[in-house]
Ligand binder design. Sequence first.
Ligand SMILES: Nc1nc2c(c(=O)[nH]1)N[C@H]1C(S)=C(S)[C@@H](COP(=O)(O)O)O[C@H]1N2
Ligand SMILES: [Mo]
Length: 419
Amino acid sequence: MRMPFTGPTKPPPGPFRDGFWRSPLRDQRLTALLGLILLVGLPVVIVTGLLSNDAYQPGLGGNALGRDIHGPLDVYLFGWPTHPGWLYALGQGLHVTLGLALAPILLVKLWSVIPRLFEWPAFRDPAHALERLSLALLVGSALFEFVTGIFNILYWYAFPFDFVQAHYYGAWVFIAAFAAHVVLKFGTMRDALSKRAEVLGTPGGARPLAAPNPAPATMSRRALLAGVGGASLLLLLQGAGQSLGGPLRFLAFLLPRGRTRPGPLGFPVNKAWAATGVSVSSVGTSWRLHLHGARTLELTREQLLALPQASYDLPIACVEGWSTTQHWTGVRLHDLAALCGVHAAASVTSVSLEHGTYGRATLGHEQVADPRALLALCVNGVNLSLDHGFPARVIAPALPGVHCTKWVSEMLFEPVSVA
Ligand SMILES: Nc1nc2c(c(=O)[nH]1)N[C@H]1C(S)=C(S)[C@@H](COP(=O)(O)O)O[C@H]1N2
Ligand SMILES: [Mo]
């Protein structure tokens, strides 16, 4: 019989005891293999995420949605380009689709190292404590980024905080912790992948990942890898369905904005007209486009249609990962700027009849100068529907969908300052 006092290193019962974790599937090789996949995939998700933030052009107008854009973590490297037109669709499609496809890999990777969470003693010395703190930040921020991202693409706003701000600052915690983890563990991963698992020691005295007294196997490791790989591939395919669209659209069986209806106006709608609460009379004959620049003027829809029209195939690429390319017709932003006396615009702020977070957006000089950037009046040869932004909406190449303001009633052109 054991004495009640067995010294300070005796682990408490349950998951802290070696015998508790008995799956024969855990070992360093499995963890290293999943780690390698994440090491290749996550940097793509990180870089496309940071680029997506850049594409918002948070330094312009109210685009930062209340963020303090002068904080140390707010780095915006360049003005967002307009070429190629599918740039944002590609970047955001990769960010969302790959992020989603890596979720099962991340979960199984975390499962494979779960005995380490219950190491005893919890903190051996200051270096060990620091390492565990960095792991807590890594796991916490990874789960936070994946959960908030997935909730966002499912339109489930279950959080009391702003998604863009939280996902952005959370990303910096994750990037720092991920970089530290790669530096610390790269050698271990390489060794585990190149040597037989059994000959591996446990450097630094960390708890071994392989169970000391494994339970009989209920599935093979190959079956586990096939399961997680299959789940990942399925998510990759259905994500590709919504971001590539076209004939692959049917694959997007999970995501709410994946589907289209037949007809020229049957492409996805982000926010429907009915959800804006704006009265139908405000888009009737009394509707005017108010232009502000060196001078102010008002245009009816007929007057806009009488101006030179331009047509381009351009994607709407939503931050939630779906995109759809349609044939848009309207007046060039550049021409509207000239009409109100602004011949070189630094920016344009479009204001919607709908007041709210998405009711205004500012575009930079790259967008205004591009001949393909339009205030669209028609799409696919017919008038815009109310759901797609009638009487007029912004559409511009490589622009995040959220800046393609619908139901526009006012545009403020800011001239390039000559000072
Ligand atoms: N006024 C207004 N414009 C808006 C939005 C909105 O909610 N309100 N949503 C934006 C977002 S997030 C996207 S992705 C596109 C979608 O355009 P669509 O509904 O025509 O496909 O519209 C943008 N324009
Ligand atoms: Mo969007």
